[in-house]
Design a protein around this ligand. Structure first.
Ligand code: PMT
Length: 408
């Protein structure tokens, strides 16, 4: 989604400037055209050559340069930008922008642009907490500037507090979210579930499954990048919380059902990627079950969990996943019908390169009208986008979909 986008990356004079080399590199690798503007102070911390080498573009450091490829520099970059990112943003640049000052290339470009501006502050904790800085930040927020960070932690001064440049991945997530605002899911609410639920046996043990959450998180991020307002209901995973997505953590199938029922009251689409346990222990032992007390073995009595996807009903498009090991398409068709789905994505979880844990998946998409499309092996992100392509198509024909299911 970053391919062919023009991102103007403004770097100001803070020690965190070195971290932004990684940001410039990642954005360039993702296919974006990254135009760097460095303030004079920024060049004291890191050289323009570093950014030139990473982006393969001329780095702008001066307001007036007769040799510049940008005819009237600040206007050219201000117009070309799909988004402007200032990282690290010092107290000084925040103050200049808040005051409408345009005495260097970066502040002049920001004043001249109509593109969204993302600001990633990084500064000494006292400078950050100073009422002057706080007033300036509030002014920019009120004017629609988008802030990411700062984070809390150890600062270059040795102090602990607010003022660290936020994680580069968080800045990239925010850029994607901002660029996706006019995508084909703009204005739509999408609820996604992910991960494998855990059903407690006692305070130490649980019944779980092998879901890593990767497929569900890929769907949530893809929907965000296409402009949707995403709610991600997630069972425990080792993944980082996606930026720009409302995350509801749950543990059990019963908790997931409660969260889904609440979230779908306001949704256009529900995509259940989670591997929900089909059974839970009938009762949970209060203390740890001791080996010495169970004789030769331990018998657990299990009861069924609610079938969330089958039970939840409403005026929204319902997409399910099916984890199958045999008769894949036939079994998925039964689930599509029984759970009254618009689409089911079935994956063969016996294959080592698809299903649980891995970054790739090979799915077959079956629609309620009987259409079957077998996709080749691709990244989970690509699978997510292929599913969302179908969802977008259905959203445009939504009245028929509602009539078919007899919306309650
Ligand atoms: O998380 P990863 O490691 O990336 O792995 C991805 C995945 C293999 C988990 C994913 O691609 C997948 O197949 N998810 C569905 C797993 C599953 O539970 O399949 P199922 O065939 O048992 O259930 C069918 C559908 O009903 C699913 O959408 C499931 O979320 C839903 N369900 C199941 C049981 C239940 N009690 N309630 C439900 O809502």
């Amino acid at each position: 989604m970053l391919a062919n986008k023009t991102i103007v990356l403004g770097i100001t004079g803070g020690i965190a400037a070195y971290k932004v080399a990684d940001l410039a590199s990642k954005l360039t690798q993702a296919g974006a055209r990254v135009e760097i503007i460095m303030t004079k102070s920024a060049t004291e911390f890191i050289t323009p050559l570093t950014f030139r080498s990473l982006t393969h573009r001329t780095v702008v450091t001066e307001m007036f340069n007769v040799n510049s490829e940008f005819s009237i520099g600040h206007v050219a970059l201000a117009t070309a930008a799909d988004v402007i990112v200032i990282a690290p943003a010092t107290a000084n640049i925040v103050a200049k922008i808040a005051g409408g000052i345009a005495d260097d290339m970066l502040s002049a470009t920001v004043l001249a642009t109509e593109a969204p501006v993302i600001v990633a502050p990084a500064m000494n904790v006292n400078m950050y907490q100073n009422p002057a800085t706080q007033d300036n930040l509030a002014k920019l927020k009120a004017r629609g500037f988008i802030f990411v960070g700062p984070g809390y932690g150890r600062l270059a001064s040795g102090k602990i507090g607010m003022g660290r440049l936020t994680d580069i991945e968080e800045i990239i997530g925010t850029i994607k979210q901002v660029l996706g605002r006019s995508g084909d899911l703009a204005g739509k609410n999408i609820v996604v579930t992910a991960g494998g639920t855990q059903e407690a046996i006692d305070p130490v043990r649980y019944i779980g499954n092998r879901s890593s959450g990767k497929m569900g998180y890929a769907v949530a991020e893809a929907a965000r990048d296409r402009g949707a307002k995403v709610t991600l209901i997630t069972a425990p995973t080792a993944l980082s919380k996606p930026v720009g997505v409302a995350v509801t953590p749950v543990t059990t199938a019963v908790q997931m059902k409660k969260a889904v029922v609440k979230a779908v009251a306001q949704t256009d689409v529900l995509i259940m990627v989670a591997a929900v346990a089909d059974y839970q222990p009938k009762s949970v032992a209060k203390g740890k079950i001791k080996k010495e007390t169970t004789g030769a073995g331990l018998t657990l009595e299990l009861v069924k969990t609610p079938d969330i996807l089958a039970e939840v009903k409403g005026d929204f498009i319902k997409v399910g996943f099916a984890a199958e090991t045999e008769d894949i398409v036939a079994n998925a068709r039964k689930k599509l019908a029984n759970k009254q789905l618009d689409i089911i994505a079935v994956n063969d979880v016996t294959s080592p390169d698809s299903g649980f844990g891995v970054d790739t998946n090979r799915v077959t998409l079956i629609s309620h009208d009987g259409k079957v499309e077998s996709l080749p092996l691709m990244s989970k992100r690509e699978v997510a986008d292929r599913i969302l392509d179908k969802v977008v198509g259905m959203l445009t024909k939504k009245p028929q979909s509602q009539m078919r299911r007899g919306v309650s």
